[in-house]
Design a protein around this ligand. Sequence first.
Ligand code: GLU
Length: 446
Amino acid sequence: MKAPVVRFAPSPTGNLHIGNARTALFNALFTRSHGGVFILRFDDTDLERSRQEFADGILTDLQWLGIHPDTIFRQSDRFANYDAATEKLKQQGLLYACYETAEELDRRRKFQVARGLPPIYDRAGLKLSDAEKAAFEAQGRRPHWRFLLAPETVAWKDLVRGDCQVDSRSLSDPVLIREDGSYLYTLPSVVDDIDYAVTHIIRGEDHVTNTAVQIQIFRALGAGSPAFAHHNLLTTVSGEGLSKRLGHLSLRNLRESGYEPMAVASLATLVGSSQAIRAVPSLAELGEILDFSNISRAPAKFDPLELDQLNARLLHEMPYDAAAPRLKKLGITGGEAFWNAVRANIVLLSQAREWWHIVSAPIQPSIDDPEFIAAALALLPEEPWDTTTWKQWTSALAAETGRKGKTLYMPLRQALTGIDHGPELAALLPIIGRSRAAGRLQGKKV
Ligand code: GLU
């Protein structure tokens, strides 16, 4: 296969959420695994709603995920190209002026529906004479412009959905240019895809109908169509669509909450496919297992619990070398022994701080059974301590008191850590150290 060229084309009108991340990842993983190019295109023809801060945020989010675009451009720099394409379509009689107001169109649609007809635009604009157009202009009306669809079945082989067909006769001629002269997304996207030689358009299935229209526009502009892949959309567990307003699922929020980018990327890529969801440690490995034909047709459901599980799993398997600089930033100086002790007990890396506090700062011990704890103190081995010390100590204590299982371990855990759950004490005990452990067994806040 020739090296692909793909583009991810968000509008900079909000933050990316995990559903957008899927589209970005499908594009990036696909192109990287075939030695291709990834373009980031800002679809900012809506000048009112587009903002630089959102564009900057999108790039930050992508880089956090490990996606580094080869080329970045914005549509607002390319109006001259869209104007030229507009001329080309007009010359072929494929773009025609319409003067209906939104209310008129709405009335017409309701009338069609009431009569059991499909609400398709009746092409009244196409039939206007020059005199009629002049009369509308004299009233101060400005035209919007529609693309004249060819009456045919548009077919393509979708890399996700297989054979796709859309009968363009079931569609209204799409408006490409609004009354105020601004472009809707449809035409600029095709012009860019042609000019940047995009080979694969990978996007959500909400664009399937656009694809039929755009295939005709590619042809009208004298270009072949790229390949298409339309993936299923992500919904919440209860089936609602993710909107940009769902702040907690924004990549920014997930990043700031301390999730690992590979947990987000693993879930985003594997959810809604026939592949098992698992924590994959690198984009390169994720790219190797990505297969568009495994993406299912049903919506993909995002379950925050799954994200936590993947995050925990990545941390559990994270070697100390990878964790070390981040632990240092958190002020944790417990070294490899500490990391090995706690990594199975945290969902977010920042939670290591709570355990670090427990082993290295004063905490209130919890002692319900002073007699037993006094016996434990008396049997506390002398230093040096290592991970076998716990076993040695508790065996002696079991022999002395006849206790075993939870009645043996739980009071010790509560006295040594102040709480009743946590990492294995065999690993924690040497980190706590003898003097602090002895103090806690005496009920001291040390
Ligand atoms: N700006 C469009 C969107 O975010 C791009 C769609 C496309 O990839 O063509 O839906």
